[in-house]
Design a protein around this ligand. Structure first.
Ligand code: NAD
Ligand code: DAU
Length: 357
């Protein structure tokens, strides 16, 4: 891994991954391709270590000519593909966009990588890797006694978002079987940490609590997610790219599954401790139950034995320490979040998403 193309590297996980790789891989050069949708901003890349080893390119993963140019110009030997439409609530309103970016975009990258690495033979195939960053949501929803998702769990996507990610996973695997493109896939659970866009559960709750706004809990709040601190995810991807077997999938998770309401209560307690004199303390008083998300998956759980045994990876951050770090980051970066929350497009979307609840 010398010249790494990261797609979606101005978003939440992608920007944390770029930062992590620059800090942990002294030899690599990163080309960061991102079209800067509402979810991406170069503000997320302000504090990169060793920025001379990083170049940002504004562009779309569906632009085949641009991808071809970047692969040749920077002699890309590794692709870490993060770019996607990622918010389940938005996918309920704009499914076509998810199809275009997540399926067509992924296929465009696969076809370009095949052309450069296999048809043109740019590198020996044991020196290249297409890594696809995917989600545990492709496996559907678990009943209370079902076993955790693992690499053999059948796909059962239930939202337009998870359907589009499932389709892209299938294309990635098809390129391995059909064209021998060296690929790997990680199916990961819910991430949290710095720079997460304030439409996802944890940053919405922190930002609303700070402003004294209601904390909207979907349904009964007893849905279960597995939570992983974003740097742990970056390390998992790094290990899979470095040592994972081509053609293989790895399920990745944080080894903890609290119901949503417990996560929200923990955030409230952390804020009570950090801001005891806030006018809204105790923050739990802001919790408001609202109408559920249509088709809301009830429970996710992840079996991480394969990545643990094969690659020695395990999560290092507990939910308690990870949430504390995350709340502190948001409290220390009010300019970042205030700029997003002042954006009229963001406000219109949030109003629309929560209006009918
Ligand atoms: P995000 O929404 O914060 O960022 C997505 C980034 O992709 C943005 O910077 C956006 O501008 C960019 N992008 C979108 N469409 C693009 C296009 N057509 N061309 C180029 N760039 C484009 O997403 P995230 O939460 O950081 O997720 C990153 C990846 O990880 C996604 O593939 C997602 O499915 C996967 N994932 C996310 C989670 C999670 O909890 N957030 C968990 C598992 C897997
Ligand atoms: O599991 C991995 C997936 O996690 C990723 O693939 C997705 O890209 C990512 O968005 C995330 O999906 P979720 O739908 O689980 O994340 P979200 O933060 O939207 O919601 C987490 C849980 O909290 C879910 O059960 C819905 C609930 N929720 C969410 C919001 C935004 C609320 O109760 N209130 C809210 O305001």
């Amino acid at each position: 891994m010398q010249n790494l193309l990261v797609t979606g590297g101005a978003g939440f996980i992608g920007s944390n991954f770029v930062r992590y790789m620059l800090a942990h891989e002294p030899e690599i050069f990163i080309v960061n391709l991102d079209v800067l949708t509402y979810a991406g901003t170069t503000e997320n890349l302000k504090d990169l270590p060793d920025p001379a080893r990083h170049v940002f390119v504004e562009g779309n993963i569906t632009d085949r000519a641009l991808i071809d140019t970047l692969l040749h110009k920077y002699q890309i030997d590794t692709i870490a593909h993060f770019a996607a439409e990622t918010h389940v609530d938005r996918s309920l309103h704009f499914p076509e966009l998810f199809l275009e970016t997540n399926v067509v975009g992924t296929h465009t990258l696969l076809a370009a990588a095949r052309q450069y690495w296999i048809i043109e033979g740019a590198f020996p195939l044991d020196q290249v890797r297409f890594h696809h960053v995917s989600t545990d949501e492709v496996f559907g929803s678990l009943a209370p006694t079902d076993p955790a998702f693992n690499e053999n769990t059948p796909y059962d996507p239930r939202s337009p978002y998870s359907a589009s990610k499932a389709a892209s996973d299938h294309f990635v695997r098809a390129y391995f079987h059909t064209y021998k493109l060296p690929i790997s896939i990680t199916n990961c659970s819910n991430n949290y940490g710095p720079y997460q866009f304030p439409e996802k559960l944890i940053p919405v709750m922190i930002a609303n609590a700070v402003e004294g706004k209601p904390l909207p809990v979907y349904g009964d709040g007893m849905q279960i997610r597995d939570w992983l601190y974003v740097d742990d995810h970056s390390e998992a991807i790094r290990r899979v790219i470095r040592g994972g077997t081509p053609g293989e999938t790895y399920t990745v998770g944080g080894d903890n599954q609290p119901p949503n309401i417990e996560v929200i209560q923990t955030l409230c307690h952390i804020l009570d401790e950090l801001r005891p004199h806030a006018p809204h303390a105790p923050h739990e008083g802001l919790i408001t139950y609202v109408k559920d998300r249509p088709g809301h998956d009830r429970r996710y759980d992840i079996d991480i034995s394969k990545i643990k045994t094969e690659l020695g990876w395990h999560p290092t951050e507990s939910l308690a320490t990870g949430l504390l770090k995350t709340v502190q980051w948001y409290l220390n970066n009010t300019e970042w979040i205030d700029a997003i929350r002042a954006n009229p497009e963001y406000r219109a979307w949030m109003e629309r998403n929560y209006a009918k609840r």
